[in-house]
Design a protein around this ligand. Structure first.
Ligand SMILES: *Cc1c(COP(=O)(O)O)cnc(C)c1O
Length: 312
């Protein structure tokens, strides 16, 4: 979806750094920063540069993401890539990418690129059964394994499964943001995405019309005493939900293709700022009203406007 030229997405790189520092201090294990999907829309290259000295490496969905954003050149850190077109180790080595593997064939083909094993503990995709792990490890000369766990129990199964397979010496990681509160999930490294970006995006625009309402207004016939209009709509990813106008909690009442109605109060004027995310309006609060996950909400918010970076 194209960004609205009237919306500013301010990305606070120093906040992302502070988040990484705080997570590192709390867990005491290595951080693999998840910067897939352009760092959830915040800009993978900029985010990676901002945290490079705090992390062990990066994680992306497709190797092409790391190549496009020159992550290795810009940070000197490795990228772990879940997928990649190439079956030639050279194509990964050249970019400091370690491919994820879950078949004997791909592990063997990519052996020189130091592949990483993906073990299934419940997702049932992009991973091999624990029973097949030893064969894949042998084929790829593998020394690191991960699973995409969503519960402490899955982490436990991963750890004991590796031990029983004689793979207890591998470097292991399992936890994304949702398991950062569970010390048993930390293992040798953690892979936070969302937790790094918490509080780092502020999304704002300005009122282009403000007027007293007369009876039902808009397509949906909403009724409020006073309403305003902003130049962002569902073509920019926006949905009906909370916002802040002049520091006051308010609502996006109705969303059209490229504009939206906002509830206003006496004293609100054309040019006043409408904050869609940030300034105390939290991602989780927006996500709840958008009926979306925080991940999807951040991606939509980050894509809603032109990005601007604050010191990193
Ligand atoms: C996306 C992803 C993560 C990070 O998830 P968050 O909930 O954003 O922390 C970690 N590991 C893998 C394999 C992922 O795909």
């Amino acid at each position: 979806m194209p960004p609205s030229p009237q919306v500013i997405v301010r990305v606070d790189l120093s906040r992302i750094r502070r988040n990484a520092e705080e997570i590192a201090r709390r867990t005491g294990v290595a951080i693999i920063a998840v910067v897939k999907a352009d760092a959830y829309g915040l800009g993978a290259g900029r985010v990676a540069e901002a945290v490079r000295d705090l992390v062990d490496g990066f994680y992306v969905f497709d190797a092409a993401e790391s190549v496009r954003d020159r992550l290795f050149e810009r940070t000197g850190r490795r990228t772990i890539a879940l997928r990649g077109e190439s079956e030639d180790a050279k194509d990964y080595l050249a970019y400091g990418i370690q491919p994820v593997v879950w078949t004997v064939e791909r592990a063997a083909a990519l052996r020189r690129a130091r592949p990483i094993l993906s073990v299934d503990t419940g997702q049932q995709r992009f991973a091999c059964a624990i029973d097949d792990a030893a064969q894949v490890v042998a084929a790829g000369g593998i020394d690191e394994a991960f699973t995409h766990a969503t519960s402490g129990q899955q982490v436990g199964e991963f750890v004991t499964g590796l031990q029983h397979a004689g793979l207890g010496a591998l470097k292991r990681h399992a936890a994304g943001s949702s398991l950062l509160g569970d010390p048993t999930a930390w293992l040798d490294a953690i892979r936070p995405g969302l937790a790094l970006y918490q509080g780092a995006a502020r999304v704002a625009t300005r009122l282009v019309e403000v007027r007293d309402s007369h009876g039902p207004a808009g397509y949906t016939g909403f009724e409020v005493p006073r309403h305003g209009v902003i130049l962002a709509g569902y073509s920019n990813g926006l949905r009906v939900g909370p916002c802040r106008v002049n520091g006051r909690a308010s609502r996006v009442l109705e969303v059209g293709m490229q504009s939206a109605f906002v509830e206003c109060a006496v004293g609100d004027r054309v040019g006043d700022e409408v904050v869609l995310l940030g300034d105390g309006l939290k991602l989780e609060a927006v996500a709840a009203q958008w009926n979306a996950t925080p991940h999807e909400t951040l991606l939509r918010m980050a894509g809603a406007g032109e990005k601007e970076y604050a010191a990193g």
